[in-house]
Design a protein around this ligand. Structure first.
Ligand SMILES: NC(=O)c1ccc[n+]([C@@H]2O[C@H](COP(=O)([O-])OP(=O)(O)OC[C@H]3O[C@@H](n4cnc5c(N)ncnc54)[C@H](O)[C@@H]3O)[C@@H](O)[C@H]2O)c1
Length: 399
């Protein structure tokens, strides 16, 4: 039984770290759940101290106040390192990072949080939110993310986990298990991520120059999942098309923000379709769209192998429980499993802490290297769609 204080620091005091009404993400809550009284948050590292004060104010009034009793708010990791060196603070057991990806995923100063953390604490486990980076121009940004991956592989001496949380869903693990146990080769995948856009009110999200667009920022989850279940993709085969904001089917009636502030060429596509070949020879298709009203997203993945069909439903942003439908050889019957209350964020946290302490579920399903490849994939989809659109627009302009 693991026992004793579990000291951590939290970098970034935003929604992913401390929660939001918009979704179930909340790293602090999952750490509290896993560690209980053992959790000691020694510092919140925040460039905007007011945000840190606000969340700590809430925590210090809440049921886990003991974990936040002595939490400091510091502007950077170097300040905390000084305290550890001088003996004022303990070296943490874990670091949670949920900053915007713009300040990480690169070897360049100001965007090299991973390297700063590694230099300060090479023996401390780190959890980073997805995606590992966001930057432009894309070749440079992807190249930098891959460099960081190499750097960490060489220099970091403790577990690193990336927040590709869907890998931890029970139904995903179930599919993985059936594939492995039956030695199946995936033949085809069909993924879709359809957003209920009515509540997406942050203008930055609708500007692809700021958050880089929904494929890189959001559909990254399903791109990662198809790589997890389908295997490596030959990125050179990716071919994509987009329905752009200025095209007739792209007119949306329920926008709750002012899109006129965003120049047309920077508005996000309303739908993106893509297809590819896996390195195995299998094929994949994909759709992302901002088509739905209301609240629930429609995120689904189908996986086919000889004699098998797997349909994974309600896997992200839905009030309905995740559901797995399986058809196997020898029967046309569909077996349905509903995993009510499955909290993949909690499972992800449990695995991360177990990896540090040698607990019962120590597997980390998303490495930095793997996540950097997913980042590359999402850029390749965006680029392919933009190139295709440019050809169409040029053709129309000439006609
Ligand atoms: N896995 C998921 O389901 C999920 C859900 C939401 C967000 N995320 C990811 O989490 C990350 C953060 O998103 P968010 O919604 O919490 O953003 P946010 O803007 O709410 O919070 C980020 C916080 O980081 C702070 N910050 C910025 N630069 C910093 C630095 N150098 N050092 C310390 N703090 C810094 C900001 O001041 C802000 O308070 C993003 O990568 C996002 O994609 C993942």
């Amino acid at each position: 039984m693991a026992a004793g204080d579990f000291n951590v620091i939290m970098v970034g005091a935003g929604y992913a770290m401390f929660g939001t009404p918009e979704g179930p993400w909340n790293i602090a809550k999952r750490a509290e759940q896993k560690l209980g009284e053992r959790l000691k948050v020694d510092a919140v590292i925040e460039v905007n101290p007011a945000r840190g004060e606000e969340v700590l104010g809430i925590k210090r009034d809440g049921p886990h106040k003991a974990s936040y009793k002595d939490t400091l708010i510091l502007p950077n990791v170097a300040e905390f390192k000084k305290r550890v060196d001088s003996g004022e603070s303990k070296e943490p057991r874990a670091i949670f990072v949920a900053t915007p990806p713009t300040v990480r995923g690169s070897t360049q100063s100001g965007k090299d949080l991973e390297i700063q953390l590694n230099k300060a604490f090479p023996n401390v486990a780190i959890f980073f939110e997805k995606p590992v980076a966001t930057g432009q121009p894309w070749e440079e940004s992807v190249g930098e993310a891959l460099k960081v991956s190499e750097y960490l592989k060489k220099n970091h001496k403790a577990p690193i986990s990336i927040g590709y949380v869907l890998r931890y869903l029970k139904i995903v693990q179930q599919v993985k298990k059936i594939i492995e146990e039956n030695n199946l080769t995936v033949m085809a995948t069909n993924a879709r991520f359809v957003v209920a856009y009515e509540l997406a009110i942050k203008t930055e999200w609708w500007n692809k120059d700021i958050m880089l667009g929904p494929i890189i920022e959001q559909a990254t989850h399903i791109c990662d999942l198809v790589r997890f279940l389908g295997g490596e993709i030959d990125f050179e085969t990716i071919s994509a098309h987009a329905l752009e904001a200025h095209e007739k089917p792209g007119q949306l009636s329920k926008k709750n923000f002012d899109e006129s502030a965003i120049p047309d060429e920077l508005r996000i596509p309303r739908a993106t379709s893509a297809s590819w070949k896996y390195e195995s020879g299998a094929v994949g298709i994909f759709l992302h769209s901002t088509a739905l009203h209301g609240v629930d997203y429609e995120v689904q993945l189908e996986v086919f192998a000889d004699g098998y069909q797997f349909i994974l439903q309600n896997i992200f942003g839905s009030s309905k429980s995740p559901e797995l439908h399986v058809r196997r050889p020898g029967s046309d019957k569909i077996e349905v499993t509903v995993t009510e209350g499955d909290d993949a964020y909690q499972t992800e946290m449990n695995h991360f802490i177990d990896a540090i302490e040698g607990g019962p579920e120590p597997e980390i399903f998303s490495s930095y290297e793997d996540a950097a490849k997913t980042y590359e994939m999402t850029w390749v989809i965006r680029n392919s769609a933009e190139q295709s659109q440019k050809k169409i627009d040029d053709k129309k302009a000439k006609a």
